[in-house]
Design a binder for this molecule. Structure first.
Ligand SMILES: [Zn+2]
Length: 174
C-alpha cells in the first residue's frame, strides 16, 4: 500500500467509528489520535512538529462540526475543527492534505502566531502560505499532478485571480 492508500484506509476505518460517535454527541472535544490514525508516523507531520510530534498529537483535540466548511483551527485554544460531513463525503486526498495543512496551523498557534491576521488577504497571508507549502510538498511527494494540486487549491469561494496569486506564492503552475 502506498502512503496515501494507507492514510485513506486509516481515515475510512476511523470514519466508521465517527459515524457512531456522531449519533452520540457532536461538538464535544475529542482526542485527535482516536480519529486520525497513524499521523504520528507520517513524515510530513514529523516535518512540522519534529520530536514533539507524539506529544502534540496526543494532546490535540478535535471538534466535529455540523453543516458548513471543511476544516480549521480554533484560534482561542488551537484545537482542530472538522466538518463531519466533509470527513465522510469529501475526497480522501483533499481531506488528507487538509489535515497536513491544519496541523501546520496548530504549530503556528503554538508559536503564538495570529492565524487570522486581517492585514492580509487569505491568499497572501503568511500563515496560509506556510500551511499550503506543507500540503503542496506532500502532494508532490505523493505524485499528484500540477493540475490535481491546482484543483485542490481552488475552493468555491476563491476567485480565479486569488487562485493565481496563491499558486504563484507556492510556485505551482495553475
Ligand atoms: Zn489555512
Amino acid at each position: 500500500m502506498n502512503p496515501l492508500e494507507y492514510m485513506a484506509f486509516l481515515l475510512l476505518r476511523s470514519l466508521r467509528r465517527l459515524h457512531l460517535a456522531r449519533l452520540v454527541r457532536i461538538g464535544a472535544k475529542r482526542n485527535f489520535n482516536d480519529y486520525f490514525k497513524g499521523f504520528d508516523k507520517n513524515e510530513a507531520v514529523r516535518g512540522i512538529f519534529g520530536d514533539k510530534t507524539e506529544e502534540v498529537l496526543r494532546n490535540l483535540k478535535v471538534e466535529f462540526m455540523g453543516l458548513f466548511g471543511y476544516m480549521g483551527v480554533d484560534n482561542t485554544d488551537g484545537h482542530l475543527l472538522v466538518n463531519a460531513r466533509y470527513l465522510e463525503n469529501g475526497d480522501k486526498t483533499d481531506i488528507y492534505l487538509d489535515v497536513i495543512h491544519e496541523l501546520c496551523h496548530v504549530k503556528q498557534y503554538m508559536e503564538g502566531k495570529e492565524l487570522f491576521d486581517g492585514r492580509y488577504e487569505y491568499v497572501d497571508r503568511p500563515t496560509e502560505i506556510e500551511a499550503y507549502q506543507y500540503t503542496v510538498n506532500e502532494a508532490r511527494r505523493l505524485g499528484l499532478s500540477n493540475e490535481r494540486i491546482c484543483q485542490y487549491l481552488k475552493t468555491e469561494w476563491m476567485s480565479e485571480e486569488d487562485l493565481k496569486k496563491l499558486a504563484k506564492h507556492l510556485e505551482v503552475g495553475c
